[in-house]
Design a protein around this ligand. Structure first.
Ligand code: GUN
Length: 283
């Protein structure tokens, strides 16, 4: 049977490490850490994510400020709030929950956040820094996947890594991070020809396609490490990923379950970024 990569356990470890670090920093009064979370509209899934982020802040000892804005908030109003938070010294991180309502230009909003407070790692400056190997905030889900691999003792350097999906939030930064770890990286996507042949070369296969159970064992090399970023609720109300777990698990060496694999890591890495932002913003 494969090694089951336990994201719940690893994320709990990271949060406990951060809590210890924050407690020590606070006792020396060296740092204040405060995350401002902005949600526009009342998408129920976003409300759950935002609630979980605030809970994680409270657990670790990070202050949080909550801005719940109505659906009809204008672009200008949102930009004004971000400008205000950029200038507030006590706010060390800013997170705007996505997706935003259709009338708001998401790219412009992301660009408006001070890169020093960009704990999501979505600002073009953060992405550019990652691309050329300079310090900066890294998108939380792919950063969490690197932690899952490292803390599970999985070697990345020199190995064939295939990322399926090319989103700005997961696929592209994932490819850059695996490259930074000296993996040999291929990015496949919806227009890739002979996808099974490409994924079948992977020692480490990261799947972020957004299609339930798309990846069956025909896509996977025997002994591969399989990381499933997808999360879907199927007809009978059960959660599943982009990978057909029952089909794939028996032939791989390690695999992330859904739920309890990649999902919990996103918030742990957000907390990591918040602590780093607080430390860097030390006055
Ligand atoms: N919506 C879904 N995932 C994320 C995330 O990681 N950050 C933000 N800001 N919004 C999201």
């Amino acid at each position: 049977m494969p090694q089951i990569i336990d994201g719940k356990k690893i994320s709990a470890m990271i949060k406990d490490e951060l809590k210890t670090q924050v407690t020590a920093l606070k006792s020396k009064q060296e740092v204040s850490i405060c995350l401002a979370v902005i949600q526009v509209g009342n998408d129920p899934a976003s409300a759950v994510y935002v609630g979980n982020k605030k809970k994680a802040c409270a657990y670790i000892g990070i202050d949080s400020l909550s801005y719940e804005l109505p659906e009809e908030t204008s672009q200008a109003q949102l930009m004004d709030l971000i400008g205000e938070l950029n200038h507030k010294a006590e706010v060390t991180g800013i997170l705007v929950q996505l997706p935003l309502p259709e009338h708001i230009d998401e790219d412009a909003v992301i660009r408006a956040i001070d890169p020093a407070k960009d704990v999501d790692g979505f600002h073009p400056q953060s992405v550019g820094a990652l691309c050329i190997g300079q310090p900066g905030f890294v998108s939380c889900t792919p950063a969490g996947i690197i932690q899952l691999l490292k803390r599970s003792g999985i070697e990345i350097a020199g190995r064939e890594c295939v990322v399926v999906g090319r989103s700005n939030i997961v696929g592209k930064p994932m490819a850059l991070l695996l490259l930074r770890e000296n993996g040999t990286v291929t990015v496949a996507h919806s227009r890739t020809e002979n996808l099974k042949e490409v994924t079948g070369r992977a020692d480490i296969l990261v799947v972020a396609v957004g299609r339930p159970k798309m990846i069956t064992r025909e896509y996977v090399k025997e002994g591969a490490v399989v990381i499933d970023v997808g999360i879907h609720r199927n007809e009978d109300g059960r959660l599943c990923g982009d990978v057909d777990y029952e089909d794939v698990a028996p032939i791989c060496s390690a695999i992330t379950p859904v739920p309890g694999g990649v999902g919990p890591m996103t918030i742990a890495m957000l907390m990591h970024n918040c602590v780093e932002a607080g430390k860097a913003g030390r006055r």
